[in-house]
Design a binder for this molecule. Structure first.
Ligand code: GCO
Ligand code: MG
Length: 402
């Protein structure tokens, strides 16, 4: 029987920071797991190096579910993004190994394809409305069937989700950038640009919008109601999800669908949202929600309540997560959509991935495992570079949800 011989944690910054776990078996088979938690990378790296790697060596790489239970229950301290990201990295690497040993792509081990490809949404943004319209046109030209739209709010000189240059990268400074926020200005402005996008391009593509936890429940209800004619695919994170009954209030006022979950890390964090049918799309992802094993469990629960999937896929999720997400997306019956922001060239030099885009859809190559390799030598050229996500402050100087 093969055993886990080695587990190594790599921290590198090819375009942005990534933490990667590589597990090697006594037969020389390797598996990769993403362990990146944006702005808190070293906490997960230490959790893995100092507390998990010593437990892995000598164990059976075949027993994925048992390993999950062992790392989750065995830690006593439960849930939370750091723990769940570390467990996810091990779980993902073991699925990669199982696929390579079986000679099958991971989606085959998950039950095979439910669909021919994975619909993705791209991120259009603009410093003003004409720039946003141009950007939406660009995504449409590239064949995207679904587009998220965000524009800078003039009164506050910018807002969440707007790209500077060719890549949207919020974790861009060595200490948190402090950005102004005005709910009043946002609520007046955002519906007007979503309407402008629909006026210009019509309804033959899905339109999405991310509120990024900025509104109170009643403000979110008002927003959802005010954009009903735009027929959004979803409004994302309309209000922070700590108080989940808040979503009931939003539901009572609007038929705009709701997506939540990119910052949540376990089935217990989304249980109430799903079983009470307070959301339409669950955005948990492989890396932050305990890996492929646990994400499947969340998605199966969601399927019982007609909640569909919409996994987080910003660039702070490494190409290993993106590949794993596509394998899961291909195999679950209740798939909704997958977020996708292409990684920069430097990232792709380090992570050699077989994920491919064509006509609004992603797919993976028919290769064993996840179809991603890590180039350790190339990674050495990109040392860790500490970065923080921004902090939002209201115009009176008090801290707001970013
Ligand atoms: C999204 C997200 C991201 C997050 C980022 C945090 O919908 O893609 O909200 O842009 O802010 O992933 O690390
Ligand atoms: Mg989001």
């Amino acid at each position: 029987m093969a055993k886990i011989e080695r587990a190594e944690v790599f921290i590198a910054s090819p375009g942005r920071n990534f933490v990667t776990l590589r597990i090697t078996t006594s037969d020389g088979v390797t598996g990769l797991g993403d362990a990146t938690l944006n702005g808190r990378e070293l906490a997960v790296a230490s959790y893995l190096r100092d507390h998990v790697v010593p437990l892995l060596v000598g164990r059976d790489p075949d027993r994925i579910e048992d390993m999950w239970q062992y790392l989750y229950r065995g830690a006593y301290w439960r849930r939370g993004p750091v723990t769940m990201t570390a467990i996810a990295a091990v779980d993902t690497a073991l699925w990669d190994i199982k696929g390579k040993i079986a000679g099958q792509p991971v989606y085959q081990l998950l039950g095979g394809r439910c669909r021919d490809g994975v619909m993705v949404y791209g991120h259009a943004s603009g410093a003003d409305v004409p720039a946003l319209i141009d950007d939406v046109a660009r995504f449409r030209d590239q064949g995207f069937k679904a587009i998220r739209a965000q524009a800078a709010v003039p009164e506050i000189g910018g807002s969440y989700g707007v790209r500077k240059g060719s890549v949207y990268e919020p974790a861009a400074t060595s200490l948190p950038d402090e950005q102004p926020w005005s709910t009043e200005a946002y609520l007046d402005f955002a519906p007007t640009y979503l309407e402008a996008v629909r006026d210009r391009f019509g309804f033959d593509f899905h339109l999405l919008h991310d509120i990024h936890h900025r509104l109170t429940p009643i403000e979110a209800a008002r927003f959802g109601k005010s954009v009903e004619e735009c027929r959004l695919f979803w409004m994302e994170d309309p209000t922070p999800a700590e108080n989940q009954d808040a979503f009931r209030l939003i539901r009572q006022h609007t038929t705009t669908p709701v997506a939540v979950g990119e910052a949540l890390s376990s089935i217990w964090d989304v249980q109430h949202l799903i079983t009470e049918q307070l959301i339409d799309y669950v955005r948990t992802t492989v890396v932050h929600a305990g890996g492929i094993t646990h994400l499947r469990r969340i998605f199966d629960l969601a399927a019982l309540y007609q909640v569909r999937t919409g996994s987080h896929g910003a660039t702070d999720l490494s190409p290993v997560t993106l590949a794993a997400a596509v394998h899961v997306d291909l195999s679950v019956p209740n798939f909704g959509i997958q977020e996708w922001m292409p990684h920069v060239r430097e990232t792709m030099e380090v992570f050699r991935s077989t994920v491919s885009y064509s006509d609004g859809m992603l797919d993976v190559a028919e290769v064993p495992g996840l179809g991603v390799e890590y180039d350790e030598k190339a990674a050495e050229r990109f040392p860790y570079d500490p970065r923080y996500l921004p902090v939002a402050r209201r115009l009176d100087g008090s801290v707001h949800d970013w």
